[in-house]
Write a protein that binds this ligand. Structure first.
Ligand code: HEC
Ligand code: HEC
Ligand code: HEC
Ligand code: HEC
Ligand code: HEC
Length: 268
């Protein structure tokens, strides 16, 4: 009985909803009221907080960690590569021992002399899972028995050309040789600079200068103030020039007029 009653109520509710919708779409005299009612019944969206930029907390932790400088490790355990790989495997070192599933590599040791790019993102667990051998990257350990097997690269590789450890390449070279070297060898993973690096793009909040409610043309003009070369390049692309006979466009093989220079509204 209760079921049937609630069913009837649902049908009624649906009917009245349809009625309301019909009134909205019919545009009759009741339409205005129905529209107002429909708007009222929706919960008001939460006011966005202005002036605050949301950032992921783990991203912040990764950034902080990236910039830490750890004490330099002088004495390194002597061990052949294969011995180390076997020893770590026997010790059962594996994914469970991973503390950070991803890293931002943004060392202040390197940034002191060069700062062309933003942090390099490195998916640690994904790499470890794919490669199944911690020792491929964690190739050496400190002599100190209390130190971790997976001591950070930056404990042993810091500035290049150390007087007392000439064999110890600098941190940037250590990353470049190990990361890019493996990608080249395995023919997997990026080997081009922009595959790992993003340009250090300055915060545009401070660069862009626009009125409260800008016109589209004003925005384009403002960007072109600094990005003139990009604007000039655009004028040479099909986005701009797509006009005239086009053998590639289905049903339009005789003529098209679709470039921004022709039919588009924002054809600055
Ligand atoms: C493809 C290379 C690579 C592989 C494979 C890899 N790691 Fe790492 N690991 C790194 C890099 C790079 C860092 C960051 C080092 C730094 O910050 O100086 C790191 C850092 C760590 C850290 C944090 C060290 C610290 O003191 O904060 C731990 C723990 C770790 N790895 C464990 C492992 C384990 C366990 C495995 C195997 C299951 C593994 N890693 C496999 C590259 C790798
Ligand atoms: C405990 C110290 C120590 C740690 C930690 C360490 N290295 Fe090394 N690394 C060395 C030493 C010493 C050498 C000199 C060559 C050798 O003896 O293997 C070296 C050499 C290298 C080389 C030169 C090529 C080679 O294998 O000989 C690369 C590349 C390299 N390390 C990358 C890394 C990266 C990347 C990490 C972190 C994932 C790391 N290293 C962690 C000590 C360390
Ligand atoms: C021993 C081999 C090896 C080393 C060392 C290595 N990689 Fe990779 N990397 C791979 C492989 C294999 C893939 C492809 C994984 C896939 O796409 O399935 C990859 C993929 C990537 C990718 C693209 C896909 C993704 O998951 O982000 C990036 C970026 C990357 N690696 C960065 C790095 C950086 C930075 C380092 C050094 C800290 C590094 N790699 C060290 C083997 C390696
Ligand atoms: C496989 C990933 C990878 C590739 C490919 C790669 N790099 Fe890097 N690069 C790194 C890592 C990791 C660092 C160290 C980041 C840190 O800790 O600051 C680095 C650091 C640098 C730095 C110093 C830091 C900075 O922001 O200025 C420069 C410059 C640089 N790389 C240039 C290049 C150039 C040029 C190429 C292409 C020829 C290239 N890299 C290719 C991973 C890569
Ligand atoms: C006051 C100068 C200035 C203004 C205005 C400006 N930019 Fe930039 N922009 C820069 C600089 C400097 C860079 C970093 C160097 C580069 O990549 O050219 C950059 C980089 C960029 C990048 C990254 C390019 C890349 O290759 O990774 C994008 C995307 C971008 N700007 C978009 C815009 C847009 C969209 C506007 C207009 C709303 C705008 N910019 C206005 C100065 C400016």
């Amino acid at each position: 009985m209760i079921k049937r009653l609630s069913g009837a109520i649902a049908v009624l509710a649906a009917l009245s909803a349809i009625g309301g919708l019909a009134a909205i779409f019919s545009g009759g005299p009741a339409a205005q009221d129905a529209r107002a009612a429909a708007v009222k019944s929706e919960p008001a969206p939460a006011e966005p907080k202005t002036g605050t930029v949301w950032t992921a907390p783990d991203q912040e932790a990764a950034k902080k960690r990236a910039q830490e400088v750890v004490p330099f490790v002088d004495a390194v355990m002597e061990e052949c590569q294969l011995c180390r790989q076997m020893r770590l495997r026997e010790a059962g070192l594996g994914i469970k021992d991973i503390t950070n599933s991803y890293f931002l590599l943004d060392s202040s040791i390197i940034k002191k002399s060069e700062d062309l790019y933003g942090p390099v993102r490195f998916k640690h667990t994904k790499h470890a899972g794919e490669l199944k051998d911690c020792a491929l990257c964690h190739h050496r350990r400190p002599l100190d028995a209390k130190a971790k097997e997976t001591t950070r690269c930056s404990a042993c590789h810091q500035e290049p050309f150390r007087v007392n450890q000439p064999e110890r390449i600098g941190l940037k070279a250590a990353y470049h040789q190990q990361c890019t070297g493996c990608h080249q060898e395995m023919k997997k993973g990026p080997t081009d600079c922009l595959g790992c690096h993003r340009k250090n793009v300055p915060d545009h909040k401070e660069l862009v200068n626009l009125p409260e409610k800008p016109e589209p043309i004003q925005v384009t003009k403002e960007c072109l103030r600094c990005h003139k070369a990009v604007g000039d390049d655009m004028l040479k692309t099909a986005h701009w020039l797509w006009k005239g006979p086009s053998p590639y466009t289905l049903n339009r093989s005789k003529h098209v007029n679709h470039g921004k220079a022709t039919t588009s509204i924002n054809n600055f």
